[in-house]
Every structure is written in structure tokens, then in C-alpha cells.
Write a protein that binds this ligand. Structure first.
Ligand code: ADP
Length: 368
């Protein structure tokens, strides 16, 4: 499964029984490859949260082992503090994780305990609040915030630690659609900086296009793990897990039945097989800090771009999922402009190479 990538977290025959006798995890053996994006899917009660709580030592297995960087996780206070500096966990319910009254105090809490210089703490708190779009709420009491806003604070409190592994338990539950896309954007930003990102979700459409690896958990057991295409091709697994087939996967299967051998991870690439004859438009890339002539519909991707555009009040059509939507525009023959953070150029490159695999080269012009 890891294709030569180092494994950052591994469980070996892990089982866990809650007090009261519920055996929530049964002989779980999973390998989490370093620097990748992993989605755990499966019905409620499958054991996803219980497993995640083993990844950073909140729970201790009844049987088996958990390893972090090939070293057994020990449950001494000292070792757990070290582990949790690197492996941070965002709980499903933000109220389980928020301890302070004021937003910025809660976000600063973790770094304070790392004994970092005050300037470094300030910078990290500013960056984390900017990433989740909560700078303007930083002095507010947390109990005045909505559920979605409290969730964003909880995510900021994890981001501020610069974790090597970011685990988010159903991070998008209770968020509005725009924030759901922004959350995946944040997950991409964290991943592009080299961190491993693990989430659980019921959103199979996004899991399909977002994750490198999908793990299916049912009734405390791992039913399948592999690439999204591999996992969603296993009809018996989907039946047992009560999962439907992502729309893009359905399209891929339909096209493969017609003799096409390439598969798209997103709607734009899946549709390529259908609209190959269209001459693509030009994709213009703008970086935050630059202004100038823009072409076609404009999208923004990344927190610096977002911040720049909001400050300058630039008119934008695609506020979320923008790389995908700009590519769709270009594939339908129109030009489009994408405001993109430098640090996220890889996400665009990755999507362009997906498109290139279908024999279509999109011309990109960097606006300078
Ligand atoms: P998921 O995250 O996939 O919804 P959970 O890990 O929350 O699943 O739960 C797995 C199983 O463990 C469920 O049957 C749930 O009822 C049970 N469970 C979860 N927390 C506790 C607890 N604190 N005490 C006893 N049983 C629990």
C-alpha cells in the first residue's frame, strides 16, 4: 500500500475493548504512509474515532501495538507529551477540545506549553487563525460562536502546533458547504508542507478525489485499504459498509466499459473522456500581491490568495474548490484566472498532470 513511502503510523493486530465490554476494534493492522492524505470511511459506530484516539495515545490498546515512526508508542506522561507535539487530533465535537474562554487564548494554549519564544507563538497563532478565516473573531468569547466557528477554532488549535500528522475526526460535519471546501483546502496546505493528514468522513465524493489512500472500517474491522479507485471498485465491501459509489467513480466505470483505460479522480478529468474534441482555453495564474488584467471566471486557492483578494475586494466567481472549477472552465474552451498561493502550486501541477494523462495539455500562463 505504501509504495516505498515511509510509514509514519502503524497498528499491528490492534484490538480495543471499552470498559463495559464493547469490543470496538478487532485486530486492526493499518499502515499510514508519511506525507500522504488518508480518508477513513465507514458507518457510524465502525470504530473510526476509537482508532484515531490510539494514533496519539488518548486510548491504550487492549491487545496489539501502535508504532509511531517505527517505535512502539509508550504511555508514560513524557512520551505522550512528545507524541502529541507531532500528532494532533481534532475531535468531532469542538467542545471536547476547547478549554479557554477567548478564541486566541485557546489557539495559543498548545504553543505556550512548548515554551516557544513569544514572537514565534504570535506568528503561529496569526497564521493558524488566518488559515481558518477566524482572524476577525480572535478576541471573541468562544461560547458566543456558532458550532461551525467553534470547529474552525479547534482546527486552528491543531494547526498552530505545526503537526507532522494532523488527524481530523469528521472535520466537515456541521460546516456549511463553503467551509467544507475550505477545510479540504487547509488539509492540502498542511499536506503540501509535508504533513500526513488523516480524516474520517461520510463524504465519499470528496474522499474519492482528495485522498491518496482510503481505509474502510466496519464493525471494528478493516474491510479494505487502497487507492480510492481500488477500494470503490470492491462492490462487496461497499455493500457491507453501506457505501454508495462516488459519482466520478461511476463515470470512470462507465467509460472503462466503453474501452477507455484512463480514470479521472475528479469530475473534470472524468469528463475529459467525453469531451476530448473541445479545444481548451488558457489558464492564467496570479499570485497574491499581484493585480492586473484577469481573464474569464476568477478562482482563488490558498489562504494568502484569499486574504489578498478579500483585502483588495477583487471580484471572484470560484471561492472554493477553485482549481477544479477553473480547470473545468478551461476544458470547456474558455479562459480562466486562478489566484494561487506559491506554496500550493503542487496541487495545480498534480491536477494538470491528471488532465495530461488523458492526452490534453492545458496551457498555463503565469501573470507577472
Ligand atoms: P465511529 O467513529 O466510526 O462512529 P466510534 O469509534 O465512535 O465509531 O465507536 C465504535 C464503537 O464503540 C461503537 O459501538 C460505540 O458505541 C462504542 N463506543 C464509543 N465510545 C464508547 C465509550 N466511551 N464507551 C463504550 N463504548 C463506546
Amino acid at each position: 500500500m505504501t509504495n516505498g513511502t515511509a510509514t509514519i503510523i502503524e497498528t499491528k493486530d490492534l484490538s480495543f475493548t471499552y470498559e463495559g465490554g464493547k469490543r470496538a476494534l478487532k485486530n486492526i493492522s493499518v499502515k499510514i504512509p508519511a506525507g500522504r492524505k488518508i480518508a477513513f470511511i465507514g458507518p457510524n459506530g465502525a470504530g473510526k474515532s476509537t482508532l484515531f484516539m490510539h494514533f496519539n495515545g488518548i486510548l491504550k490498546q487492549t491487545e496489539g501495538e501502535v508504532e509511531y515512526n517505527s517505535k512502539k508508542v509508550e504511555h508514560s506522561k513524557k512520551e505522550l507529551i512528545e507524541l502529541r507535539k507531532e500528532v494532533t487530533f481534532v475531535t468531532q465535537n469542538p467542545d471536547d477540545q476547547i478549554f479557554n474562554v477567548i478564541v486566541e487564548d485557546d489557539v495559543a494554549f498548545g504553543p505556550f506549553n512548548l515554551d516557544l519564544p513569544i514572537e514565534e507563538i504570535r506568528k503561529r497563532v496569526d497564521d493558524a487563525l488566518m488559515m481558518v478565516g477566524m482572524e476577525s473573531e480572535r478576541h471573541r468569547p468562544i461560547h458566543h460562536l456558532s458550532f461551525g466557528q467553534r470547529k474552525r477554532v479547534a482546527v486552528a488549535s491543531a494547526l498552530v502546533m505545526n503537526p507532522k500528522v494532523l488527524i481530523m475526526d469528521e472535520p466537515t460535519a456541521g460546516l456549511d458547504p463553503e467551509m467544507v471546501h475550505r477545510l479540504y483546502e487547509i488539509a492540502d496546505e498542511v499536506n503540501m508542507k509535508g504533513s500526513t493528514v488523516i480524516i474520517s468522513t461520510h463524504d465519499i465524493e470528496t474522499a474519492y478525489s482528495w485522498a491518496d489512500i482510503v481505509v474502510v472500517l466496519v464493525d471494528g474491522e478493516v474491510l479494505a485499504q487502497g487507492t480510492p479507485f481500488e477500494v470503490f471498485s470492491m462492490k462487496d465491501v461497499l455493500d457491507r459498509a453501506g457505501l454508495s459509489v462516488p459519482m466520478v467513480h461511476g463515470l470512470n466505470e462507465f467509460m472503462s466499459a466503453k474501452g477507455h483505460s484512463t480514470y479521472g479522480r475528479t469530475m473534470s478529468t472524468a469528463l475529459l473522456n467525453i469531451r476530448k474534441e473541445a479545444e481548451p482555453g488558457m489558464l492564467y495564474v496570479m499570485r497574491p500581491g499581484r493585480e492586473g488584467e484577469m481573464y474569464g471566471c476568477v478562482g482563488m486557492y490558498g489562504s494568502s490568495s484569499r486574504s489578498f483578494i478579500e483585502n483588495k475586494e477583487i471580484s471572484v466567481q470560484f471561492r472554493f474548490n477553485a482549481i477544479e472549477r477553473c480547470i473545468e472552465e478551461v476544458l470547456s474552451g474558455k479562459d480562466s484566472t486562478l489566484y494561487l498561493d506559491e506554496s500550493l502550486s503542487h496541487v495545480l501541477d498534480h491536477k494538470l498532470s491528471d488532465v495530461a494523462e488523458h492526452g490534453i495539455t492545458i496551457s498555463v500562463k503565469e501573470c507577472i
